[in-house]
Design a protein around this ligand. Structure first.
Ligand code: PLP
Length: 349
């Protein structure tokens, strides 16, 4: 089976893990500090705090802002953690539609900003491409809300020369096993804002109020630090694979397009087709893993007010993703293209 997600590790990680075992400093030591510094430097922000998951990173970022009883705008298409974090932090989610790039629709954002006076917009850089941050930040100034980026799928993505996670006021990353920087489990809250960073710290170092232990171990930090070194190179390979898919598949299915000014890092390569279930089966029969991200809209799985979701509702029925990880060989890429094209001949009319 050609897997859709494939974290890989080398001697470098093994050596680091052995070193940690021998040092007996297995949590909150040099590796964790180093990773936080490296990640902040990589993004170009002052603060990066490691936590145990992306969901917890979102939750703490929302708590740091203070969203209890207040409205938070989320896009309809994302992993459920995006809306769960809002609900757990005591916020009231308002779900809006996506644009043609699968990210927060800015015209609906303006509409709900006027009508609901939200405190936060939570754009998700879905599949590895940033939302329309220029317009979102313009609306944030105009209507006085903060922007929390869900950058769980966008390590290394850029928009107009700045890294995803450094575009809004605060951001959350996940280092779950499938992500472009995999750690197994883990998260980061990043911000350039000292006041927000101070609030974040209260949820990390036990102190002012009851909090959870959200630490990661040295093992995770070491893996994250080593994986981060190769992130840019691996993202370049993802883009190369995506380019080949685009060249061969765009006449037959709806391929992802890159927003002007964006650097897409293809965490997932997501196609659209009305016959997607049959295409997925056809690919699986040929040993190619293809999956749907996601089978639900956020307002369908949790109780939330929502705007008309015309695009998201259509996209949900048509999207499916094929392998795009950096370890695919050229032969595998050709095999996947052949698989999709042969499905195209059977099912595409
Ligand atoms: C868009 C998005 N947000 C949030 C999360 C939550 O991250 P985690 O699984 O590390 O809690 C994920 C990934 O799992 C995600 O893809």
């Amino acid at each position: 089976m050609i897997r859709i997600i494939e974290p890989r590790f080398s001697e470098e990680e093994k050596l680091a893990i052995n070193g940690i075992l021998e040092s007996h400093q297995i949590t909150r030591g040099e590796w964790t500090k180093r990773f936080e510094e490296e990640f902040a430097r990589y993004l170009g922000v002052k603060h990066a705090f490691t936590v145990c998951s992306g969901t917890v990173a979102l939750f703490i970022a929302l708590k740091a802002i203070g969203v209890e009883g207040k409205k938070v705008v989320v896009p309809a298409m994302s992993f459920m953690a995006t809306i769960d974090a809002v609900l757990l932090a005591g916020g009231i989610p308002i779900v809006i539609d996506v644009d043609e790039y699968y990210t927060m629709d800015v015209s609906q954002l303006e509409h709900v900003a006027k009508r609901y006076k939200p405190v936060v917009a939570l754009p998700v850089h879905l599949y590895g491409q940033t939302a329309n941050m220029e317009d979102i930040l313009y609306l944030s100034e105009r209507y006085g809300f903060l922007v929390l980026e869900d950058a769980a799928q966008a390590h290394g993505a850029e928009y107009k020369g700045k890294k995803a996670g450094a575009l809004g006021h605060i951001s959350a990353f996940s280092f779950y096993a499938s992500k472009n920087v995999p750690m197994g489990e883990g998260g980061v809250i990043a911000t350039d804002d000292d006041a927000l960073a101070k609030q974040v710290k209260k949820w990390i170092d036990f102190g002012d109020h009851p909090a959870f232990n959200v630490r990661i171990t040295e093992f995770q930090a070491a893996i994250g630090s080593i994986q981060l070194k190769y992130l840019d190179e691996k993202n370049r390979r993802r883009r190369q694979v995506a380019k080949r898919y685009e060249e061969h598949l765009s006449g037959y299915l709806t391929t992802p397009s890159e927003r002007e000014g964006a650097y897409h890092v293809y965490h997932l390569y997501t196609l659209r087709h009305t016959q997607r279930d049959r295409i997925i089966q056809h690919l699986k029969d040929r040993g190619i893993d293809a999956r749907i991200y996601y089978t639900y809209l956020l307002n369908e799985i949790r109780d939330a007010e929502h705007m008309p979701l015309e695009r998201a509702t259509r996209f949900k029925k048509e999207v499916f993703s094929i392998p795009v990880h950096p370890y695919l060989t050229d032969d595998e890429v050709d095999y996947i293209i052949e698989g999709v094209l042969s499905a195209a001949q059977v099912f595409i009319t």
